[in-house]
Structure formats: C-alpha cells, structure tokens
Design a protein around this ligand. Structure first.
Ligand code: TRP
Length: 335
C-alpha cells in the first residue's frame, strides 16, 4: 500500500469541548494540508481527557463525537487520514505501563507543561497519579504509531521532549525498537480570545466554536474586545494586539483589504462596528462550508460512529505491531 511508504504523523486532542477557530488556525488547518503528504493518524485522547475530568465522564463521552464531527467538518478526510479513539486502543495503555519504569518522578515534576497545569488546577497533595503521569501516556500515543512527526503548538514541546527521552532510554536498554519523533511547530501562533486575552480557551469563555451558529458568531464578534483607549470612530486606533485584526489576518484571504482596514482604523476613518461587521462576514464565509459539511455528516450519525470505529481498527493494526516489538525487546513475549 502506498500510504505505508510515507512518513507518519500523529496528532491528537483531548475531547473536553468543541473545537474552536483557535484550534483551526493552530493545528487543524495544518493537519488538513499535511494529510496528503504524510500518513496521518489523529487520536481523540479520551483517556487523557479523563485524567483531569474523571468526575465528568459524560462530558468526555459527548465530546468524542463532537470532536470527530469537528475533524470531518474541517476537511479531515477519513479515506486519507486515520481518526481513532484512545480508549479503544489497549496497546497504548500497555506501553504506558512499560514506559513508567523509564521515567522518574523528579523528571515528571520538571515537565513544564504539567508543572503549569498542576499549579493552575491547584491539586496540592491530591494530585491524581493519572494526571501527573499523562506525559508518559502521551509518549505511548506517539510511539505506538511510530510517528516521525508530531504537529504541535508551543505548549506541547515538553511532551515531545519527554517522549524522545523515553525512546532513547528504551532503545539504549532494550535495543533499537522505537522511533524518535520530531515536532512540527504550527506556523500560526495561537489565536487570542474574543476578550483580547492571549489564549482562546473554553474555560475562559472567549472562544468562537467551529460549530457555533451564524447568529452566535455575529453576537460574539459584536462583543469583541478592541482598542480600549478608542472612544469614537474618529479616534486613531491601535491595530497591534487588537484581536479583531488578528482574526482578520488569520481568516481574510484578501490581504490588501485587511491592510486598508488597518490604515483606516489607525487614521480614525472607520468605526469599530464597521470593522467587526466585516470580520463577521469574513468568518461567515469561512464557517459556512464547515457547517455544511458538518450537517451532512450529522445527518447520518451511525456513519460517523462507524468511521471512528473503522479508523480505530486501522490504528490498532499499527499499534499492535509496535506493542509486539516492544514486548519482544523487553523479553515479555513468551510465545
Ligand atoms: N496533550 C494534547 C492536548 O492537550 C492532546 C494529545 C494527546 C496529543 N495525545 C497526543 C497531541 C499525541 C499530540 C500527540 O492538546
């Protein structure tokens, strides 16, 4: 098969909510683009989502299918890319257990991503072991698929580094078995929230979801943070750090018009409302085809579930091969 000659990519998301336009800019666009160049695997990481949502399993359950619909609606092609759900891949859990021997508590404590999350969530002494150890499980995700490349945002870099360390240690101890992955940083940095905060994040309530209805998007844009110092449309405005313009940069295909709008904004010859309404139109054009595709898939939910199931079966062919070679290397393959 042709797809097997290509280098492999593994990416994933925690299904804790619908995906938003920040996800699109930061990773989904790149995945859609790369799926023809690389053999692409996309993991809906429900087990990882449970590490900090174990009290809320229904939320995770619902969002697995939401995220699947998000992927399909933005143009991840299930005939080209393999979308799989983590909990149905027991090989990942087995690899995690084996890798746990190769990572010290001290090293995990130093993982910047986890360190920040632990602080944010204020776990204290009730830090769940499962959450603390999720970088090991993520290393299992990546290596199970034999991924050469992992497309990620800046915040996930420590995860790739942790994975590489595990791979090196494993290969040194047990013989060269695992592939050492490299990161593929997304071109566009993260999108700010509608409130101007640096990060678009569901918990901050400053997101525009890919599945938001047109009227909701319009309302969210009307309420967007702009230049707080600007009181009248005739005041000279600031474009830098103004999320309305960051969104226009990200989504408007007509760069010339964007630069004209910026000039008029700086000169005080255009009002906030007018720029926002233009942004609403631009986002509408971007989101409409996504909505259309989503509705087509959502009309046949059994098909969506089947696609996820087939993807997971296909994924397991790969992860099982990895697990067998790992077990052999660790001398726990008895027949
Ligand atoms: N940790 C990632 C996130 O929070 C999700 C994820 C799980 C992932 N497994 C992965 C990303 C493997 C890349 C590769 O968004």
């Amino acid at each position: 098969m042709k797809r097997q000659n290509k280098k492999r990519i593994l990416t994933g998301d925690r299904p804790t909510g619908p995906l938003h336009i920040g996800h699109y800019v930061g990773s989904l666009a790149q995945r859609v683009e790369l799926q023809h160049t690389y053999e692409t695997f996309i993991l809906i990481a429900d087990i990882q989502a449970l590490t900090d949502n174990f009290e809320n399993p229904k939320k995770v359950h619902e969002n697995v299918i939401e995220v699947m619909l998000d992927y399909l609606s933005v143009g991840i092609n299930p005939a080209v890319s393999t979308i799989a759900v983590q909990s149905a891949i027991p090989e990942i859990a087995e690899l995690t257990i084996l890798y746990m021997n190769l990572v010290s508590v001290g090293r995990l404590e130093q993982n910047p991503t986890v360190k920040i999350e632990i602080k944010e969530k204020a776990f204290g002494a009730s830090l769940p072991v499962g959450f603390f150890a999720y970088p090991i499980s993520q290393a299992a995700d990546i290596t199970a698929f034999g991924a050469h490349l992992v497309p990620v945002g800046e915040d996930q870099l420590p995860m790739i580094e942790q994975t590489r360390e595990i791979v090196r240690k494993f290969n040194r101890l047990y013989g060269k078995t695992l592939i050492e992955p490299k990161e593929l940083l997304s071109k566009f940095p993260r999108l700010p929230g509608t409130d101007g905060k640096v990060k678009m994040s569901k918990s901050l309530g400053n997101v525009i979801n890919l599945s938001d209805a047109s009227a909701i998007v319009k309302k969210k844009i009307r309420g967007m943070y702009t230049d707080p110092k600007r009181l009248r449309a005739t005041d000279p405005g600031t474009v830098e750090g103004n999320p309305v313009f960051t969104y226009l940069d990200a989504f408007h295909t007509d760069e010339k018009e964007v630069s004209e709008l910026k000039n008029r904004y700086r000169a005080g010859t255009i009002g906030d409302v007018e720029v926002k309404d233009r942004l609403a139109e631009v986002l509408h054009e971007f989101l409409e085809p996504i909505r259309k595709r989503r509705n087509e898939y959502a009309d046949n939910m059994p098909r969506v579930t089947k696609l996820l199931r087939d993807g997971t079966d296909r994924a397991r062919e790969v992860t099982n091969q990895t697990l067998q070679s790992v077990k052999k290397a660790v001398h726990i393959k008895y027949w």
